[in-house]
Write a protein that binds this ligand. Structure first.
Ligand code: HEC
Ligand code: HEC
Ligand code: HEC
Ligand code: HEC
Ligand code: HEC
Ligand code: HEC
Ligand code: HEC
Length: 261
């Protein structure tokens, strides 16, 4: 995988090659997407207006996306808006053959390389020990993100909140209704899982009881830790809430209101 390198010019700071900086100076940044060019070897940039000649509906729709809200690279000499080619690679050779499928243009649904040019922090997540199997090609960014859509997060309009609808596509059993739901799910699956990857088993955002203590637990005046109506002071010492035989039905239960089974 090519290491993406983008030069960006932040007002007053000069050229900086650290990609992460994009996020700290987005409003004033200008970029030279040299890697966008390398995505299609030998091609040159043509700019968004040229793409609009044949893909006007996408260009129109794209106006409302998070990516178009940021001032994206403009070629120094030619004043071209390079945003489309940031994700698809330089377009001149695609034009030369009159466009078409598999015609000298990158489809980011097949490879995350274009996205990683700018989102290196996400790339790092997918390299963690526990992550969605992106590198095996079983999952792609576009299963969960809509690059041209109004909302880049494929998640709105929901019963159980947050990002659950997007997860439901592939994890039906986890989002299926239970007699006793764990209300944590109202905040979405991502309150406990990082969908890009973590160092913890099952992509959990925390590996131990702290996962649950973020929302549960009151310290009484007597100094004991209560959860629900029960003291958990000694229980907490016995092990992890969900894996030591206690709340094994962490997503919800059909038989026990305390999510025991
Ligand atoms: C943030 C990255 C990104 C940007 C920016 C982007 N695209 Fe895309 N584009 C994608 C992805 C991912 C796909 C494949 C999945 C899909 O169709 O939603 C795609 C698919 C396409 C397709 C094929 C559609 C189809 O029906 O198969 C066209 C054409 C296209 N993009 C044109 C453009 C144009 C024109 C622009 C600039 C206005 C643009 N894209 C900007 C990521 C991007
Ligand atoms: C001369 C017309 C023309 C221009 C200009 C053009 N395209 Fe295309 N492009 C096409 C046609 C035709 C297809 C096939 C679309 C289809 O079958 O629906 C296509 C397909 C694509 C696809 C899908 C590729 C795939 O393998 O599925 C992408 C992505 C794309 N174009 C991006 C761009 C971008 C980005 C630009 C500007 C740099 C651009 N196109 C400029 C005509 C053009
Ligand atoms: C040319 C650089 C660039 C490329 C290529 C790129 N992005 Fe982005 N992306 C950005 C910037 C800049 C933002 C805005 C970040 C912000 O506002 O914090 C952004 C925002 C996002 C967001 C929303 C973040 C938020 O907090 O709202 C998502 C999701 C995203 N990109 C996914 C993708 C995917 C998927 C691809 C590949 C198909 C991609 N990006 C390609 C630069 C890029
Ligand atoms: C399994 C689903 C899934 C996949 C696959 C996925 N994402 Fe995400 N992504 C999400 C969800 C859900 C969020 C919102 C996280 C939250 O609400 O805390 C998110 C947030 C983001 C953000 C903004 C917040 C952040 O963490 O910086 C960016 C940027 C992003 N994704 C880029 C990508 C890119 C690039 C890819 C492909 C390499 C990708 N994502 C693949 C589900 C996914
Ligand atoms: C496109 C399908 C797809 C989508 C969408 C998806 N996943 Fe996954 N998920 C997978 C695959 C494939 C695996 C790997 C399963 C395996 O290795 O058995 C996986 C694994 C997981 C695992 C680890 C399972 C284990 O046994 O280690 C968790 C947790 C997970 N996904 C949570 C989520 C969450 C949360 C979302 C929504 C943000 C989501 N997934 C969206 C396909 C998907
Ligand atoms: C309150 C925290 C929490 C929330 C919210 C949550 N999970 Fe989990 N999830 C866990 C824990 C803890 C495990 C590990 C269970 C184990 O190892 O027995 C897990 C395991 C998983 C697994 C691995 C398979 C399995 O059964 O062990 C998948 C897939 C998964 N969760 C998907 C989801 C999806 C999809 C959502 C949203 C509907 C979601 N989770 C919401 C805590 C949560
Ligand atoms: C995002 C916040 C959040 C997280 C994280 C969370 N919960 Fe919950 N949980 C709730 C809410 C809200 C309720 C319903 C109100 C209540 O009973 O406190 C609930 C209810 C419960 C119940 C049923 C209450 C009862 O009377 O028995 C159990 C059991 C439970 N959670 C266990 C866990 C475990 C185990 C974890 C860690 C894997 C966890 N929770 C993580 C928010 C959360």
């Amino acid at each position: 995988m090519k290491k993406g390198t983008i030069l960006l010019l932040c007002a007053g700071l000069g050229y900086i090659t650290i990609l992460g900086m994009i996020f700290s100076c987005t409003t004033t940044s200008r970029m030279d997407i040299t890697t966008g060019k390398q995505l299609v070897r030998g091609a040159d940039f043509v700019g968004k207006q040229t793409c609009a000649m044949c893909h006007s509906h996408i260009v129109e729709k794209f106006k409302h996306t998070v990516h178009s809200r940021h001032q994206f690279p403009v070629n120094d000499n030619q004043d071209l808006d390079l945003i489309c080619e940031g994700c698809h690679g330089a377009g001149s050779l695609h034009l030369e053959v009159g466009g078409g499928r598999d015609a000298n243009i990158v489809d980011p649904e097949e490879t995350p390389t274009p996205c990683f040019q700018c989102h290196q922090n996400i790339q790092a997540r997918f390299l963690q020990r526990y992550s969605h199997p992106l590198r095996l090609g079983k999952v792609s960014c576009t299963d969960c993100h809509s690059p041209h859509g109004k909302d880049i997060f494929l998640s709105s309009g929901t019963l159980v909140g947050g990002s659950s609808p997007v997860c439901r596509q592939c994890h039906r059993e986890k989002v299926a209704p239970h007699v006793f739901e764990h209300e944590a799910r109202r905040e979405g699956c991502t309150s406990c899982h990082n969908p890009h990857g973590t160092i913890n088993d099952k992509m959990l955002v925390q590996r131990d009881n702290n996962l649950c203590l973020r929302c549960h637990g009151q310290i009484t005046s007597a100094g004991s830790i209560n959860m629900g109506d029960f003291s958990h002071t000694s229980r907490l010492a016995e092990g992890v809430c969900w894996s030591s035989g206690c709340h094994t039905a962490v997503h919800g239960s059909n038989i026990n209101p305390h999510l025991r089974y």
